[in-house]
Design a protein. Structure first.
Length: 341
């Protein structure tokens, strides 16, 4: 018996389990088509199983096809539980955004978050997401030094983080880089308007596109990204009227955040919409629930119950059997005797 030149991979519960294929040397000599026959059986028997699992996820092409047909739902998530809740809720896309810096890590801006931190949280989200399109956000500094370094970081999001697409900020000046990314088979999402990584240049978080020159620049940026091949464009912090013009002008779906209701879809930071932030929310934020107050109430109750002895109750404790309970004094004395010696 000899080891064949390939392995059979089965797909079950998202885990690949290699089974070594042993092929008879005599069989190979007498039937040179043995490997070809085995390969045909393999593809018919096992690949449909793999395809049916992976193809259940939303793809960039699915998102593009929604333009003009149905509104696209998009939300951020930063870990396993929030990503699972968003995926179970049926969102089209989930973004592991660099807002991680502000709403999870406590920084004042998105600028300090590192690529390593973004990759770490993307991995966590990937383990939860089974249906939505998972997008990873390239943080500040990860794509500004060179195209080679930028592509290397984006590839790590795909290979290690399990992301299906990558987002970066900027318009015409990012076109060459986006083309390099697409050459590396990385689906790309654009982001123009109020780009948080440009906060220092903009002098703060200010609405963009309020003068003729800025309107023209944003239109040029949007069409340049569209022509470059992005599958979607985030429009942040721009007037509603301009967002509608851009949405009508490009073939890629537009995703608004503070850009009015005329975009092809909407995105919000999860912590903003559930009330788990501690600053003053932006005008466009709609808070659907105040989780902060619910968490504070629960923590207060737990603290009070511990202080009064109400928690844990006897029903919340584990118990020895009656027989072991009767033997417990003898066991304690035996241990004490051993210790004394």
């Amino acid at each position: 018996m000899v080891l064949g030149p390939s392995r059979k991979w089965t797909y079950e519960n998202k885990r690949f389990e290699p089974t070594i294929v042993l092929i008879s040397a005599i069989g190979l000599r007498t039937n040179p088509n043995a490997i070809g026959s085995w390969a045909e059986v393999y593809w018919k028997r096992y690949m449909p199983i793999r395809d049916s699992n992976y193809s259940s996820r939303t793809t960039p092409d699915v998102i593009r096809a929604k333009k003009g047909r149905s509104r696209i739902t998009f939300v951020t998530a930063y870990d396993f539980p929030t990503a699972k809740l968003a995926d179970d809720a049926g969102f089209d896309m989930i973004l592991v955004g660099d807002t991680l810096a502000e709403v999870v890590l406590g920084y004042e801006t998105t600028l300090p978050v590192t690529f390593e931190a973004m990759l770490h949280h993307t991995c966590a989200a990937r383990r939860a997401v089974t249906r939505a399109l998972l997008v990873a956000d390239l943080p500040y500094g990860s794509y500004h030094i060179s195209h080679e370094e930028a592509v290397r970081h984006a590839v790590q999001f795909i290979k290690k983080g399990g992301a299906q697409a990558v987002k970066l900020e900027g318009g015409r000046k990012r076109v060459d880089l986006i083309c390099r990314m697409l050459d590396a088979e990385i689906p790309m999402m654009g982001h123009i308007g109020l780009t948080p990584q440009s906060v220092n240049r903009m002098g703060g978080y200010k609405v963009q596109g309020r003068c003729t020159k800025d309107i023209e620049n944003l239109l040029d940026d949007a069409m340049a990204l569209d022509n470059a091949g992005v599958f979607a464009i985030v429009l942040e912090g721009i007037p509603r009227e301009l967002a509608k013009v851009i949405s009508d002008a490009v073939s890629a779906p537009t995703l608004g955040i503070g850009a009015g209701p005329d975009c092809d879809g909407q995105v919000l930071v999860l912590n903003d919409l559930i009330g788990l932030t501690f600053g003053h929310p932006a005008k466009f934020v709609h808070q659907y629930v105040n989780v902060s107050s619910q968490i504070s109430h629960a923590l207060g109750k737990f603290k009070a119950d511990v202080e009064t002895g109400a928690y844990p109750s006897d029903s919340e404790a584990y118990h020895l059997s009656v027989d072991l309970q009767s033997q417990l004094p003898e066991i304690v004395n035996r241990v004490r005797f051993k210790t004394a010696q």
